[in-house]
Design a protein around this ligand. Structure first.
Ligand code: MLT
Ligand code: MN
Ligand code: ZN
Length: 303
């Protein structure tokens, strides 16, 4: 199984178009301290031929262009794509906008929870994904699905919240079960397996039990500290308000994973405000000392 991290940033990317925070300003001027990053995107394949996209980033066209494995193959005729499936973990803009870049007659299966597929159905622009080419498949939680190309997928609910543009005044902003998913992806032919959890508000007992002993987890690395966007003057929101668990702190991701014996822990979906993005920062040193890695665009993992 080959996993490619095509976009390691959270929504907005790095630099974000309207942001002059330290990281964005440094990335914009080409400083070696902070790499430029595109928005949240992973691709995975069991055979190197059939590729499944995990979410669909607003930067997807650029990410495909940067990834020869995802190019149309000359031997496959005039029009073709190695992309056979897209699996959505939520309906956030940074995870669904790229679907519009797959409207050129690419045939694939679009997997999402019932609530996420309903959110797309309620938005007429997604009708551009012609059902003649794009098959919608509802993910039943905790059920195994066989993906084209031999991989196996299992989706499960994790603590989180509904997409920002769907928030209501109901408790937890009207979030329902299935609005935020984690994915377990396995290759039955090799036994390789990993988890992808790019959005998560807490590691509760159920999630901890599920992840325990896993060889690899790609996990929500949006913020380093829960209040960093407030402290930096960027936003009035905490990570918890946005449905994201911080890296640091007594209930943060690093502490929550400390006893889980996960082989390789990689932060993805990292917001441009996060000081751990800076290669020379004390926060990066602390993340690495705890055994975590910070994803970068183009990172490849062979399992
Ligand atoms: C998030 O991860 O919290 C969302 O992508 C925020 C957004 O919709 O911009
Ligand atoms: Mn996001
Ligand atoms: Zn910024």
């Amino acid at each position: 199984m080959l996993i490619k991290i095509l976009g390691s940033s959270a929504g907005g990317g790095l630099p974000q178009i309207n942001c002059n925070c330290r990281n964005c300003a440094d990335a914009r001027r080409g400083s070696p301290a902070v790499r430029v990053r595109t928005q949240s995107q992973v691709a995975v394949s069991g055979d190197g031929v059939h590729w499944t996209l995990l979410n669909a980033s607003p930067d997807l066209r650029q990410q495909i262009q940067a990834t020869p494995q995802l190019w149309a193959r000359p031997e496959a005729g005039l029009r073709s794509s190695p992309i056979v499936a897209v699996v959505l973990t939520n309906a956030d803009v940074d995870h669904v906008a790229g679907l519009l870049s797959l409207r050129e007659g690419v045939s694939f299966t679009l997997y999402g929870s019932a609530t996420v597929l309903a959110a797309l159905r309620a938005n007429p622009i997604y009708a551009v994904l012609d059902p003649a080419h794009v098959t919608r498949a509802t993910l039943e939680l905790e059920s195994k699905v066989a993906l084209a190309g031999g991989l196996s997928l299992e989706a499960f609910a994790v603590p989180g919240k509904v997409a920002l543009y769907l928030e209501s005044s109901a408790p937890n902003f009207g979030s329902e079960l299935g609005d935020t998913l984690g994915l377990k992806i396995s290759d039955p032919s090799s036994g390789a397996t990993f988890f992808y959890v790019p959005g998560c508000a807490a590691v509760d007992a159920a999630l901890a039990a599920r992840l325990r002993g896993s060889p690899l987890v790609l996990f929500d690395g949006t913020l380093y500290t829960d209040d960093e966007m407030i402290v930096q003057g960027l936003s009035a929101k905490t990570g918890q308000r946005m449905g994201h668990l911080a890296m640091a702190g007594p209930h943060g991701a690093i502490a929550s994973f400390a006893a889980l014996q996960v082989g390789r822990r990689i932060f993805v979906h990292i917001n441009n405000s996060n000081p751990a993005l800076r290669e020379d920062s004390p926060e990066r040193a602390s993340v690495e000392a705890a055994g975590w890695e910070i994803a970068w665009d183009g990172m490849e993992i062979a399992l």
